[in-house]
Design a protein around this ligand. Structure first.
Ligand SMILES: [Zn+2]
Ligand SMILES: [Zn+2]
Length: 192
C-alpha cells in the first residue's frame, strides 16, 4: 500500500489495493479494534497527482464485514464505504508538533492533520496502510445494529424479537405496568 512519489506527475495515477482477512486481523492486533470478520477482501482505491510541489490524493475504501448486532446478537453483514481526499505539502525540515505525527512522517513518509484533509510528506515513498486503517475504523458503526429498529431480545424469555414475537408480549399488554403505561400516555396526550 505504498506509492512512489517520484513517479507522480500532473496526470492523475490510479492505485488499487486489496486487503484480506489476514490484514484485518493484523489491524485488529495493532489495537485498531476492528470488530467482526471480513467476508471478502477490503478494496482501497486512490488517485494521486502532483500539482506544483503538492501531492493530491483522493479515493475510498469499501468492504463487507460480518458484525454482531448489539441488541439481538445476530451476526449480520455490514457494507461500508468511506471516501477521502487530502493534500500533502513537502515537509521540508519541519517536524510535526505531535509525536504521533512525527513518527508517522519518518515511518510512512506522510502525516495528516486531525481533519485528515491536509498533511506533509517526505522522501520518495508514502505508505498509505495506516491511513487506510483509520478510514476503516471511521467507516465502522460504533454500535452495530442488524437494522435500525431491531427490537432485540425479549427481556423475559430471551426470544429474538427480530425474528418472531413471543408470548411474553401478549401477557405484557395485560400487566398492571401496561395499564400504567396507558394512563401515562393519556396524561401526556392530555397535557398537549
Ligand atoms: Zn438485531
Ligand atoms: Zn418473551
Amino acid at each position: 500500500m505504498k506509492i512512489s512519489v517520484d513517479r507522480l506527475n500532473d496526470s492523475p495515477a490510479s492505485f488499487c489495493f486489496e486487503a484480506d482477512a489476514n490484514w484485518w486481523r493484523l489491524a485488529l492486533a495493532t489495537g485498531s479494534g476492528f470488530p467482526g470478520e471480513i467476508t471478502e477482501p477490503v478494496r482501497f482505491r486512490c488517485v494521486a497527482q502532483r500539482i506544483g510541489s503538492e501531492l493530491h490524493l483522493e479515493g475510498g475504501v469499501d468492504g463487507v464485514v460480518e458484525l454482531e448486532c448489539g441488541r439481538c446478537l445476530a451476526r449480520y453483514c455490514h457494507g461500508f464505504n468511506e471516501s477521502f481526499r487530502f493534500v500533502l505539502e513537502p515537509a521540508g525540515n519541519r517536524v510535526p508538533a505531535d509525536p504521533e505525527g512525527a513518527a508517522a512522517l519518518s515511518r510512512d513518509g506522510l502525516c495528516l492533520g486531525d481533519e485528515l484533509e491536509t498533511g506533509w510528506f517526505r522522501g520518495s515513498e508514502i505508505h498509505l496502510g495506516p491511513i487506510f486503517v483509520e478510514l476503516v475504523s471511521l467507516a465502522l458503526p460504533m454500535k452495530p445494529l442488524c437494522r435500525e429498529d431491531c427490537p432485540g431480545l425479549c427481556a423475559r424469555c430471551g426470544a429474538n424479537l427480530a425474528v418472531a414475537g413471543c408470548d411474553c408480549e401478549q401477557i405484557g399488554s395485560d400487566s398492571p405496568f401496561a395499564v400504567l403505561a396507558g394512563i401515562r400516555d393519556d396524561l401526556v396526550r392530555g397535557g398537549n
